[in-house]
Design a protein around this ligand. Structure first.
Ligand code: NAI
Ligand code: MG
Length: 475
């Protein structure tokens, strides 16, 4: 594979020739050196995207855009094994999860392929003397800045709808995980996309990322990542009055009432707290438990967590390593801090003794910690679940809503009225009842409060990339 910039359907080095290593977090060794894009390369990529927007891409019909997205989906599906292998090497996740992620990318492309010719405006009644109608026009060049936890998945979550809507794209992958997007790029020209429609500039946030946000030819920005960086991006977007979609993570409560199916809640927590080693914006990171079922829930969860295998993702364990040294230090810092604040370690909390290399952390559960403790309030982004007590619906809602985050939540109860009442009062973008990660490419996702602005996926996701033009004709 070519670890270079991809601009105008061609691979090439950075203008200043700089490169950076991408690391396999299971071995701590360099996989390869990747071209490091700077502001100059971002400018080249954005200009290429702008030229494509004014030229060949503009002339491509919606149906043809959909067909191209479908061909790209087919090519990615055929290259599934290699893309998944690169994803696993780059970010550490189990190979089975990477394969599932590629399937998700294909599903995203197919959904948006189908959406491309279904975007339509409306006619507006203004009486007999005027005909008024709306056109949905593509925004133009769009910037996509994505994190490392689902590298190609996040990239396609926003690029596929942008392309469906007729926009062109410049993607800046995360510095930890550029490889899968660059592998995908090898299929772009062969799929038939004109030069400049899809451009990829690997690099770092503070130079390439910031330059992309600030570029005057960029007409829309989509970002997934931390609140801190989200704030900077929104500030950068403000200068150019650019529409911005932000997905900034969460501290998502799983609320378990005494009448819940505890087995199901435990199964879901095992998946939703420890899959991808907990590095998921929508993981279940706070268990809000009624004391009547608290011990049963935590005992059963501990038993299930202990059974998860941990090791290099390429060997298909249940948990791979944390993505980087930096994130590993951050997660272990939270675990130590939680204990210093009086929390009790129910399991995990350390590097597995049999793995002395790589950024591995055992599945971890902390209970008996105050709701005010840092570990109970901040996003840890590791395989760590925090247990807190609730007494009734009101206490659960108050605790759930007490943070600045508002991405998603789960409610477990056999009383559907209670479930819907609680769901209605939770300050989040998604609520799952008696399940976790229900939904798919058709269902909108996103957060409120500091968890973000806007929704991705579904037809709402495509609408992010159009603007409405109103045309009125005097008769
Ligand atoms: P980050 O938000 O700094 O990085 C995400 C992306 O933003 C990367 O592509 C990065 O290069 C880019 N970026 C960074 N600074 C930028 C800037 N000034 N201008 C433009 N782009 C910029 O996240 P990081 O440092 O990798 O992880 C820190 C924390 O963020 C994690 O511990 C986790 O809590 C959270 N996070 C949330 C994610 C989510 O899915 N919502 C995904 C990844 C991280
Ligand atoms: Mg890496």
């Amino acid at each position: 594979m070519q670890a270079d910039l991809f601009i105008d359907n061609a691979f090439g080095p950075a203008t200043d020739g700089r490169r950076f290593p991408t690391i396999d977090p299971a071995t701590e060794e360099t996989i390869c050196d990747v071209a490091r894009g700077s502001a100059v390369d971002i400018d080249r990529a954005v200009r290429a995207a702008d030229l494509a927007m004014r030229g060949p891409w503009r002339e491509v019909t919606p149906q043809e855009r959909g067909r191209l997205l479908g061909v790209l989906a087919d090519r990615i599906a055929a290259d599934r094994n290699e893309i998944a292998r690169l994803e696993t090497l780059d970010v550490g996740k189990p190979l089975k999860d990477s394969l599932g992620d590629v399937d998700g990318v294909v599903a995203t492309l197919r959904y948006n392929a189908g959406a491309a010719d279904k975007l339509q405006g409306e006619t507006v009644p203004l009486g007999t003397k005027v005909i008024d109608f709306t056109l949905l026009e593509p925004l133009g060049v769009t910037a996509h800045i994505v994190p490392w936890n689902f590298p190609l998945g996040m990239a396609m979550r926003s690029m596929a709808p942008a392309l469906a809507a007729g926009c062109t794209c410049v993607l800046k992958p995360a510095e930890q995980s550029p490889l899968s997007a660059l592998r995908m790029a090898e299929h772009v020209a062969a799929a038939g996309f004109p030069p400049g429609v899809i451009n990829i500039v690997p690099g770092f946030g503070e130079d390439a990322g910031a330059a992309l946000v600030a570029h005057p030819l960029v007409r829309g920005i989509t970002f997934t990542g931390s609140v801190e960086t989200g704030r900077k991006i929104l500030a950068g977007a403000a200068a150019g009055i650019r529409p911005t979609v932000l997905e900034l993570g969460g501290k998502n409560p799983m609320i378990v009432f005494p009448d819940a199916d505890i087995g199901r809640a435990v199964d879901d927590a095992t998946m939703a707290s420890f899959e991808n080693a907990g590095q998921v914006c929508s993981s279940s990171s706070r268990y809000l438990l009624h004391p009547r079922i608290r011990d049963e829930f935590l005992d059963r969860l501990r038993v299930k967590a202990a059974k998860l295998s941990i090791g290099p993702g390429i060997d298909n364990h249940d948990l791979g390593p944390i993505v980087s040294r930096e994130q590993y230090d951050k997660v272990t810092g939270y675990i130590l801090g939680g204990q210093a604040d009086g929390g009790r370690l129910r399991c995990g909390g350390r590097r597995p003794p049999h793995l002395q290399k790589g950024y591995f952390i055992e599945p971890t559960i902390i209970d008996r910690v105050a709701a005010e403790a840092v570990v109970a309030r901040e996003e840890i982004f590791g395989p760590v679940g925090i247990a807190l007590d609730i007494t009734d619906e009101n206490a659960a809602i108050e605790l759930a809503n007490s943070l600045s985050y508002g991405l998603c939540a789960g409610v477990y109860t056999s009383d559907i009225s209670r479930a819907l009442m609680v769901a209605g009062r939770l300050e989040v973008g998604s609520v799952w009842i008696n399940g976790w990660w229900l939904g798919g490419v058709q269902a909108p996702t996103g957060g409120i409060k500091h968890s973000g602005i806007g929704r991705e996926r579904g037809m709402m996701g495509v609408r992010n990339y159009v603007q409405v033009k109103n045309i009125a004709v005097r008769l």
